[in-house]
Design a binder for this molecule. Structure first.
Ligand code: BES
Ligand code: ZN
Ligand code: ZN
Length: 484
């Protein structure tokens, strides 16, 4: 789908179809010329309800209010309707002329039009066009349009990565994709294989990948523009497959575990956007790309692994592997990168998180309440759902071990998303305690029942909220909220 912003009279613009939003279920609005027909079709203008009237060449779509989510979901429904026809184009009016509405339209249309066809033998070519028509063009609208396209394309790139099968996307594939992104301006790349991990005593990450035929990769991308105002580290869990290891997942839960690389893929997508938007911020991306498999050489429940910072970890469940990979990646980041302002990690870390906050929401954890609040605000502004999960000292005791410094599985099955976050806190150095946030994206990263503008499969969750957050950090507008 090609999306265009055009500044001309709506009526004179040639297109096959016209998209009309029915706001607040108000079929009496003057823009609705086919009220009688719509009523006879029992069209109620509910959220996502869409109808095509081929005679009058109109697509009517319900839109509950003018929030980002409602607009994005509505235009996505209209675009999907267009895609189900042989019509070549549709036009939609930017009614209020607002940049925020334009952002919702562009992102909703581009995300809604996405489909993953890599493994289909017959690929449908989609050459349809959407025209967003505005009476008054301005620099602000043009910038919003271009930025929104970059962001949506980066989300779709992340979706492509995550949707690719583990046979086609293994740790070295992550390296290959990182290399492509490193071609953008101001980005450099370092890749470390298992020899480096061993030399640098990263036995926690090494343990997880030991039974795989694919070599683990620690990927470090640096985006360093000349006008950088702050320094941020983004760490991503990149399990290209999580079979559970010797604590093998049951068959049903193993399906979809190609999506366990979503944290790292989303960091790649966010960097792809940040660099193209030329945000004035230094960003380091640390990706732990590993495959968790079974075999004679596999790490085991009862093993004790030593992470890069010397912390010993009792393994009680090899399926709690993401935190083992992140432990070493977090240490690497803090050892290698000096004067960090913020360090955030992103991971499909726990099933408990999905149970706790649902399939649509990212859970944000960390020691700094103000910073968490700021992250949630930015996520919401970007169109993503998130919430905060609080640490407490009682839960912290649950990741202690009788035989090592810490344990990769809590002693209680309750509060699993938080205890995983508290495990990671063991690997955050003193000086960075208040600069760190952990994002558990296990719920929204992979969509099993399509919703809104997300089809079945990867959603690209985390990209939009991260770009929005990075933009706000570079503008320095949220200093107050970050104070503890
Ligand atoms: N990758 C999974 C978490 C997950 C589950 C992501 C469902 C997306 C959907 C993770 O590695 C895992 O298996 N965690 C275990 C931890 C437990 C053994 C302490 C879990 O959540 O069951
Ligand atoms: Zn696991
Ligand atoms: Zn996992």
């Amino acid at each position: 789908m090609k999306i265009n912003l055009v500044n001309e009279s709506f009526d004179s613009l040639q297109s096959d179809l016209e998209v009309i939003f029915v706001l607040n279920k108000d079929l009496n609005h003057k823009s609705i010329k086919d009220k009688k027909l719509l009523e006879s079709l029992n069209f109620k203008a509910e959220d996502e309800e869409v109808v095509l009237l081929p005679e009058s060449k109109k697509i009517y779509v319900g839109c509950e209010d003018n929030s980002y989510d409602c607009i994005a979901v509505a235009i996505s429904a209209a675009v999907k309707k267009l895609q189900s026809t042989k019509f070549k184009s549709a036009k939609v009016k930017l009614l209020d002329g607002e940049a925020s509405t334009l952002k919702a339209l562009v992102e909703g249309a581009a995300l809604g039009a996405y489909s993953f066809t890599k493994y289909k033998s017959k690929k449908t070519k989609n050459k349809q066009e959407l025209f967003i028509v505005t009476k008054n063009s301005s620099k602000e609208l043009t910038k919003t349009f271009n930025d929104s396209l970059i962001i949506a394309e980066s989300v779709n790139k992340t979706r492509d990565f995550v949707n690719t099968t583990p046979e086609d996307f293994y740790p070295k594939t992550m390296t290959k994709e990182a290399k492509k992104i490193s071609k953008l301006d101001d980005i450099t790349l370092k890749v470390h294989g298992e020899e480096y991990l061993e030399k640098n005593k990263m036995f926690s990450m090494l343990g997880v990948g030991r039974a795989s035929r694919h070599e683990s990769q620690l990927i470090h991308l640096t985006y360093k523009p000349k006008n950088a105002k702050t320094k941020v580290v983004l760490v991503g869990k990149g399990l290209t497959y999580d079979s559970g290891g010797l604590s093998l997942k049951p068959g049903d839960s193993m399906v979809t575990m190609k999506s366990d690389k979503a944290g790292a893929c989303m960091v790649l997508g966010a960097l792809n956007a940040i660099a193209q938007l030329k945000l004035p911020i230094e960003v380091h991306c640390i990706l732990g790309a590993v495959e968790n498999m079974i075999g004679g050489d596999a790490f085991k429940p009862d093993d004790v692994l030593t992470a890069k910072n010397g912390t010993t970890i009792e393994v009680r469940n090899t399926d709690a592997e993401g935190r083992l990979v992140l432990a070493d990646c977090l240490c690497y980041a803090q050892d290698k990168i000096k004067d960090i302002d913020y360090i955030f990690d992103y991971a499909t870390l726990t099933g408990a998180c999905v149970v706790g906050v649902g399939e649509y929401t990212t859970a944000i954890m960390g020691n700094n309440t103000g910073l968490r609040c700021n992250a949630i605000k930015n996520a919401s502004a970007s169109g993503e759902f998130s919430t905060s999960l609080p640490f407490n000292r009682h839960l912290r005791k649950l990741v202690k071990s009788k035989i090592a410094d810490t344990c990769n599985m809590a002693t209680s099955r309750y509060g699993g998303a938080i205890t995983a976050g508290l495990f990671l806190d063991n690997f955050i150095y003193k000086e960075n305690k208040d600069k760190w946030l952990h994002f558990d994206i296990a719920g929204p990263a992979y969509v099993e029942n399509a919703w809104g503008y997300n089809p079945y499969g990867a959603s690209g969750a985390g990209v939009r909220m991260t770009v929005e957050f990075m933009n706000s950090l570079s503008l320095d507008i949220d200093k107050k909220c970050q104070a503890k």
